[in-house]
Design a protein around this ligand. Sequence first.
Ligand code: SAM
Length: 202
Amino acid sequence: MLDILSFFIISGLIFIVVTVTMPTTPDLFMIIAFLFLIIPTVVALIQGAPFVPTPMKAAKKLINISGIKKGDKVIDIGCGDGRLVYLAAKEKEADSTGFELSPLVYALAKIRQLLWKSKAKIKFGDFRMFDLSTCDFIVCYMLPETLNNFVPKFEKDMKKGAKIVSYAFQISRWKPVSIIASDPGEAISRIYIYEIGKQYKN
Ligand SMILES: C[S@@+](CC[C@H](N)C(=O)[O-])C[C@H]1O[C@@H](n2cnc3c(N)ncnc32)[C@H](O)[C@@H]1O
């Protein structure tokens, strides 16, 4: 509820600032562009994480070391251009789904899906609106503060034994079951794996 409220407040503020500072009265096209493209993109930036893709080398490593098996349900909670879910589907034959809040980035993911010829599903929207109870793995590349904000959703929805594999950033409230450091000369960040049921610090 708070998210929806803050979405409308932020959207309203952006719209007012742009309308007031525009030299001419906005036409219908501008209004539609704002409502459907620019506002949700800015809100995604403010509320979630900016679109910065996991380096491909790191994405491949993440998928390979995560323990994902054929048929596992894998979710990327902010999929960007879709690379993690496409890799999970291609390399592990996982049943993978990516959520993306920013319409422009979502469009990019859909274009990349054609290039990858991927069977992974890409859904537009805030992943918090969706049920995570059947998922076996969450893969993500999100800022630490954002990850901590998502903890109540993970705790409420996710089943025991399900894993969260996070590139570069830790969930500071939780204890990882493993930390995968980069190999010498690899120049990628660490990967943190959390398991529901084993996540609490003593
Ligand atoms: C740092 S990028 C990572 C992209 C991709 N997972 C990767 O590893 O290459 C984070 C993405 O998450 C999206 N995002 C942030 N919060 C979200 C939310 N609540 N629901 C869906 N997408 C979200 C952002 O729009 C951004 O594209």
